[in-house]
Design a protein around this ligand. Structure first.
Ligand SMILES: NC(=O)c1ccc[n+]([C@@H]2O[C@H](COP(=O)([O-])OP(=O)(O)OC[C@H]3O[C@@H](n4cnc5c(N)ncnc54)[C@H](O)[C@@H]3O)[C@@H](O)[C@H]2O)c1
Length: 263
């Protein structure tokens, strides 16, 4: 897929990776970009900054009715959705002590929201025999987010769900991609570093922290090649291979890094 004349929705578009995707899609010639976020005013500000092709709306991705209404409204206004980017996500920075409300929020934003997005967009995409669903997961979904148990578990679930969708619908014309970055310089990582979260420290010590614009570059390339797994940090593929071949050795390496950062 290239972005020229495409109709796109980006959730979590008010900042970080989502806002960079919005700016890049508009620069690539998208016909319309809907910027959706819980932070409605910030979503509108991102849209206004890129011009009339984009518009911003408030959306809670964990509310299926709201997701359905946004998709229906976008299809009514523009006739179709070519690319739906389910990008909103939340981290907790905690382990087993995170309370049930924290686990529930991670599950609802990082996993169930993708189910709601798929339910809402697939009928029209399947009827047209085309469309692309891009799910922002994380390298945590193929590896581990040290220091964040709910994030690790829910991002693994998100990658699993994305793979299931890709296998189930690709032969009917709908493509699915899982975007799995490692460290990216956004409020999510910056807030974690300020709070002194171990996970954020591990990410910062584990390799390059990319800009959201570099992630957008990787997305454009991945969409052009219709790739399932989009890895802005290519080394994540090597880590995943090492983890599969030698899980104990891979875990020992991570434990050593944690010891270095905590002693
Ligand atoms: N920053 C990183 O290092 C990193 C690495 C890998 C993956 N990711 C993933 O990238 C995605 C974007 O995160 P980011 O780094 O740009 O962080 P971010 O915190 O800047 O952006 C996340 C956005 O999601 C929105 N959001 C949260 N809950 C929502 C809800 N219920 N409904 C609608 N919007 C909601 C927030 O308002 C925010 O604008 C997330 O899925 C995140 O897990 C980030």
């Amino acid at each position: 897929m290239n972005l020229t004349d495409r109709v796109v929705v980006v959730t979590g578009g008010a900042g970080g990776i989502g806002a960079a995707l919005v700016r890049r899609f508009v620069a690539e010639g998208a016909a319309a970009v809907v910027v959706a976020d819980l932070a409605a005013d910030a979503a509108r500000a991102v849209a206004e900054a890129v011009g009339p092709v984009a518009h911003g709306v408030g959306l809670d991705v964990t509310d299926e009715e709201q997701v359905r209404a946004l998709v229906a409204d976008t299809e009514r206004r523009y006739g179709r959705i070519d690319l739906f980017c389910a990008n909103a996500g939340v981290a907790t920075g905690g382990g087993i002590e995170v309370d049930d409300a924290g686990w529930d929020r991670a599950w609802r934003v990082n996993v169930l929201a993708h189910v709601y997005a798929a339910r809402a967009v697939l009928p029209a995409m399947l009827a047209r025999g085309g469309g692309h669903l891009l799910m922002t997961c994380s390298a945590a979904g193929v590896l581990t987010a040290v220091g964040d148990a709910p994030y690790t578990a829910t991002k693994h679930a998100a990658v699993g769900f994305a793979e299931w969708l890709a296998i189930t619908y690709r032969d009917r014309g709908v493509k699915v991609s899982a975007l799995c970055p490692q460290g990216v310089d956004t409020p999510m990582l910056a807030d974690g570093l300020v709070a002194g979260h171990l996970g954020a420290k591990v990410i910062a010590a584990s390799g390059a922290v990319l800009t959201p614009e570099q992630v957008a570059d990787a997305v454009i390339a991945g969409l052009a090649e219709e790739r399932f797994l989009i890895l802005p940090h290519p080394e994540v593929a090597d880590y995943a291979r090492r983890r599969a071949e030698d899980p104990d050795g891979w875990q020992a390496g991570l434990r050593k890094l944690v010891r270095r950062l905590t002693t």
